[in-house]
Design a protein around this ligand. Structure first.
Ligand code: HEM
Length: 488
């Protein structure tokens, strides 16, 4: 059976076909864990963080083999989502299992460990400008595996994760629960998923499934930005897989705490600073919401700031109404969307040839409880800690995708530099940028924001940073299901 990864996958066509290629694709999907090629879509999750006792590796392996039988295959996830779309049937509990390099070793299965250099070293050993490991949540230090449980209902999530925790406890210490981190999706008034700062999140994704690419082309447009990627940007062969078509994917998890109160206050300060700079200009329009939109690259409802100077009303409640068919060809000087804006840093689109090859499949979800309305912008009642984003992303190469994005783009004060010799630095990503510690010399200059949309840049850099703090993370791998089941 030959499987071609240098293409998008048309899974519905494969289901209807009788060719050898279609059979190989379906066999691969049946041995691949879900959530990689398409998000599982459930709003309530539990991330169970676990370690193994290397001295009782056989028992730990048997536990994983039993959980392997509960794991949702990519094929089941896709058919379940289709049944839900057609008839509203709940697709049930979603389960996935991820292992760290240290986890493979503790299980006594280093022979099956994937080979990516960053994965083998682990996140703590990598140069990411992260806080020292001593400041991380302990549950991420020395992590061996993560079991992610997701449901459509919070109570079902609690009972499904309690059942797995009981199975962990029954191993008598061969498997230990180091921590549990729950995620709960948040929605704005239009029913769209948002993150804690109040912005629509998860809209722009690289799409490896042909059905999703076709939907995007016909409903939202793909003339300027084509989100299609080949399977080989997310999948690699699974070293321990039992089938010729066994595949897996590298997975990055980062617990990113958000200081919402300070972020919202800084948005107002940025707007005030720009208005003050333009006070002499009778044509100046108050910056208002455009300050936050310049920081993120989109207004709160998802409207890209490179397309509109004001938040545009959306035509429908469907996600397709949030525009994603754009690039920066008409914004080469960063006069509409600053070069430093989060979405322009993390996906520079037309600014960089081949930028798409660095994209990951992002599967983040907010964590932490809030008492305030996430949709109002009043800083005073906002959470200053205890809430954030569980950033999670799948990819084929951690060095070329997550680390490249974070190191070469997000944290790089020179990127993307306007095409002006000796021009100003663009500054770090104001949402997730991190500077090395101790602070660099000369100190960070901040970012340059548009003073008048599409007309004039501010002459004074404004430092917008420090509102997201990394609290721990790890590089994991989503092995094939046949590998997990074979661990017994
Ligand atoms: C608390 C942390 C974060 C917040 C609040 C955040 C917020 C957002 C928001 C609001 C969007 C726009 C919606 C969309 O296009 O999907 C977005 C897009 C994006 N983010 Fe983040 N994000 C965070 C962390 C990260 C991290 C750690 C990375 C990678 C290193 C990342 C990479 C991206 C990418 C690639 C896009 C899509 C850009 C595009 O294609 O236009 N984000 N993020």
């Amino acid at each position: 059976m030959t499987l071609h990864l240098a293409q998008t996958l048309a899974w519905k066509q494969s289901l209807a076909a009788t060719t050898a290629a279609a059979a190989a694709e379906l066999a691969m999907l049946d041995d691949l864990q879900g959530n990689i090629l398409k998000g599982h879509g459930r709003p309530h999750t539990s991330n169970l963080l676990v370690t193994f006792d290397a001295g009782r590796a056989a028992q730990a392996r048997r536990f994983l083999a039993s959980v392997g039988h509960d794991v949702t295959t990519a094929l089941d996830q896709l058919t379940g989502a289709e049944a839900h779309r057609l008839s509203g049937i709940d697709a049930g509990t979603f389960v996935t299992v991820l292992l760290s390099a240290a986890g493979y070793e503790a299980l006594g299965r280093s022979d099956a460990c994937p080979t990516n250099a960053a994965f083998k070293a682990g996140m703590a050993a990598r140069d990411l400008n992260d806080p020292p490991v001593a400041e991380w949540d302990e549950s991420f230090v020395g992590l061996h595996a993560m079991i992610l449980v997701a449901t459509s209902d919070a109570a079902w999530r609690d009972s499904a994760s309690a059942a797995i925790m009981a199975r962990i406890a029954a191993t008598g210490g061969a498997v230990r629960l180091a921590g549990r981190l729950d995620g709960n999706a948040m929605f704005n008034a239009d029913g769209r998923g948002i993150e804690h700062f109040g912005y629509v999140d998860g809209r722009s994704q690289p799409l490896p499934l042909k059905e999703d690419v076709d939907h995007e082309a016909s409903h939202a447009g793909t003339r300027l930005w084509d989100p299609a990627i080949f399977l080989d940007q997310l999948l690699v062969p699974c070293p321990g897989g039992r089938l010729a078509v066994s595949h897996g994917s590298y997975f990055v998890i980062r617990k990113l705490e958000q200081d919402v109160r300070a972020f919202k206050a800084r948005e107002i300060e940025l707007a005030q600073a720009l208005d003050a700079e333009a006070v002499e200009d009778p044509t100046h329009e108050p910056v208002g919401e455009r300050a936050g939109a310049s920081v993120v690259g989109r207004f709160e409802n998802g409207t890209p700031v490179t397309l509109d100077r004001r938040e545009a009303p959306l035509a429908s409640r469907s996600d397709d109404a949030v525009r994603n068919d754009f690039d920066y060809r008409d914004d080469k000087a960063g006069l509409r969307c600053p070069f430093a804006a989060h979405i322009r840093k993390a996906n520079p689109r037309s600014d960089v040839t081949g930028s798409k090859s660095h994209l990951m499949a992002r599967r983040g979800i907010p964590y932490g409880q809030r008492k305030d309305d996430a949709n109002d912008d009043a800083p005073a009642d906002k959470a200053a800690g205890g809430v954030g984003l569980i950033f999670m992303a799948y990819q084929a190469d951690i060095v070329n995708q997550f680390e490249f994005t974070q190191n070469k783009w997000v944290d790089n004060r020179q990127f993307a530099r306007p095409l002006v010799i000796g021009g100003p630095e663009t500054g770090i990503d104001p949402v997730i940028g991190q500077l090395p510690s101790p602070a660099p010399n000369p100190p960070a200059a901040g970012q340059l924001y548009p003073l008048e949309w599409d007309r004039r840049l501010s002459g004074t850099p404004f430092d917008f940073s420090g509102f997201v703090t990394m609290r721990g993370g790890e590089y994991l791998f989503a092995p094939s299901i046949s590998f997990l089941k074979s661990l017994s």
